[in-house]
Design a protein around this ligand. Sequence first.
Ligand code: SF4
Ligand code: SF4
Ligand code: ZN
Length: 470
Amino acid sequence: MLLRNTESLCPVCLRRIPARITGENDDNAYMEKSCPIHGSFKVIVWKGIKSWILWDKLNDWEPERFEGEESVTEVSRGCPFDCGLCPQHLRKACIVVMEITNRCNLDCPVCFASSNERYVYDADIDTIENMFKTVLRYESKITVPTVQISGGEPTIRDDLPEIVTLGKELGIEHIMIDTNGIRIANDKEYLCHLKESGVDAMYFQFDGVTDDVYLKLRGTSLMGLKVKAIKNCAEAGIGVVLVPTIARDINYHQIGDIIRFAKRWIPTVRGIHFQPISYFGRYPHQPNNTKRVTTPDVLSAIEGQTCGEVHADNFVPVRLGIGCESHCSFTNVSILTEEDRLLPVTYFPSEKRMLEIKDHRDKHPGPKHAREIIKEYWKSIDEPSSKICTCNFYTGNFDELAECLQRYYLSISGMPFQDVWNIETRRLKKCCVHVVTPDNRLIPFCAFNVTSVHGETLYRNQAYEKYIDV
Ligand code: SF4
Ligand code: SF4
Ligand SMILES: [Zn+2]
């Protein structure tokens, strides 16, 4: 069954080629594509044809368009070769990743940034100021963009607190630090400086709850250190989002344990952001279809490994209708009850509810109306699926719920980044997760990191080329 015609890249030569998403008898959706030189490729993209179609329906909503006159680059070779952004791009940034160094105190076998390789990159303060200004110039009017200061490992830099202060002074509202936690576990004084600089949260590498997971994914035992870093953040009053990279044979079975760990650390831990492993950077190997972790794999693991505490139907695409392509992301918000259970307040909407929420959002655009939109989401729980135990639903009024959500909540979300095997220009054009480059362009994250089987990139290597001889 044809689900849609689309465009992708050849994994060998990176040329743009036509592709098809098809539903097959095994109830999986696959991408099929063929390069005139390098032959045919077929990879799994989604488990469950019915759910692929349902999630696809949420793409029908009118996007916030990137205004053509504000584009940085021109349309020349077509998507994905004109990023900057170009006038064909459909979304402004919700999250901007700013890499300030490629140095790192780990050497992870799965690093997408290929840190510590080929050159030394440390952006100077003028370059960093210009990158912040680029974010502000193209910021979304609907969502407040978050800057994630990244690397390499950004805490390698002693001047990180000054960089955060600069971003805040320039007007960046929300700043997170992407970190492996090593320095914040060992250097409380540095963490205090980060707190004083106004940092909003740590985007914290956290792959599992046992050392064997870290040995395989990060090359060293880290569990004790992870706990110490979170404890330090709790003492300093800095929020943490746990970010697990999920690999089928390494930590897929620990998804429930990661959620239970997060619950113990609420309210310091505010969220978990699952990232199924992607095949780029230091890890561009040809994936095996049985090993690929798709969005439905993560959702069914969450449901199964939490004994249904959070159900697959409690997830919706992130920023429903105003963000990225709906297959790019999933999110859920739950409150923590006094009985120590997660009580989901998001629910995949029925088609009728989809239209009502869309109508409401169109009448009340902008972050100021987020509460009304959440209220609309919340109404979805009046229509629970028969699969879900009804005692799992909140029965109080919305104001009590909102108060509870201020503090004792956990957001569980995720993003299956695209790699050269499953990339679609359609998803790239709607991408709102961008990397800001030292020469002041915004590149969709997946386009920035896509890597051929020979290790060639469209943007990443080129962005830092001038640092190679340093
Ligand atoms: S991903 Fe966006 S910015 Fe890049 S070429 Fe495609 S439409 Fe243009
Ligand atoms: S294109 Fe990639 S980075 Fe952008 S929203 Fe989709 S998965 Fe995320
Ligand atoms: Zn090719």
